[in-house]
Design a protein around this ligand. Structure first.
Ligand code: 5GP
Length: 114
């Protein structure tokens, strides 16, 4: 199966501006930022999307959220606030089939999303 762009970033086959890495995930800047800060937190285990996560991956899912906090801290938006987004499937707006958590901030974000 063709590797996703995020798997290629994890494998260092294509470049990305990495902000955080540990044994379980990698966080890097989104190539098309929608806010002054827009990073993606990606598990190294290639889960296609949230709806396909397994019960035994519950701790990993929680870890991704804790890393979103770390990214917010590293990018200076933990105090001002930020938004965490997971787009799942066609109607959710998912475009890359490798689970990823968007971390957006650095400006006042509107609600509801489009
Ligand atoms: P989705 O729409 O699936 O929730 O989000 C995919 C995100 O990946 C988009 O925000 C898009 O800008 C980002 N993206 C797509 N290709 C690349 C890439 O090659 N490098 C980086 N850093 N981000 C990418």
């Amino acid at each position: 199966m063709e590797k996703t762009v995020f798997q290629k970033i994890i494998d260092r086959k294509i470049p990305a501006k990495i902000v955080y890495e540990d044994a379980y995930c990698l966080a890097f800047h989104d190539i098309t930022p929608q806010a002054p800060v827009h990073c993606l937190v990606v598990p190294k285990t290639p889960i296609a999307r949230l709806s396909e996560a397994k019960v035994e991956q519950e701790a990993l899912l929680g870890h991704l959220l804790m890393v979103a906090n770390i990214v917010a801290e590293l990018k200076g938006i933990r105090e001002s606030g930020f938004r965490v987004v997971i787009n799942c499937g066609k109607d959710g707006g998912e475009t890359v089939p490798h689970l990823h958590v968007h971390v957006l901030g650095g400006r006042s974000l509107q609600w509801p999303p489009g």
